[in-house]
Design a protein around this ligand. Structure first.
Ligand code: SF4
Length: 119
């Protein structure tokens, strides 16, 4: 439908349509999945969705989607992820690749850029 993007369509399928196994990818999910290493650093939204839907049980996709958004607002923010100042500040630090996040210099960049430059 014109004006309806993939994320909105996926949210309707998942939350209104009761369709398990659909993992909507918004900007938080896209960023976090690539930073942590759940998806390739240069993955587009659809590729991230493919990786998450393959890894997450269908009945957990709704919780996973909303939990990642909350996590992206409270911890793994776009410009200042919690680990930048304190490696202990993020509960996911032990299992995160920190792609595009450089606590030693304070630099934060899109994981796709880190994939290209390897700082
Ligand atoms: S360790 Fe840093 S980059 Fe990884 S999830 Fe936590 S805040 Fe995000």
């Amino acid at each position: 439908m014109k004006g309806v993007g993939p994320k909105t369509a996926d949210c309707v399928l998942l939350f209104a349509g009761g369709r398990e196994g659909v993992f909507p990818v918004d900007t938080h999910v896209h960023r976090i999945a690539r930073r942590i290493g759940l998806a390739p650093a240069d993955a587009d939204h659809e590729t991230v969705r493919d990786h998450l839907e393959a890894a997450v049980p269908g009945r957990k996709c709704g919780f996973g989607h909303t939990a990642m958004i909350q996590f992206g607002r409270e911890y793994c923010t776009a410009r200042r992820p919690a680990c930048l100042d304190d490696p202990e500040a993020c509960p996911m630090a032990d299992c995160c690749d920190q792609v595009g996040v450089y606590p030693e210099t304070g630099v934060v960049e899109d994981p796709a850029a880190a994939h290209d430059t390897d700082r």
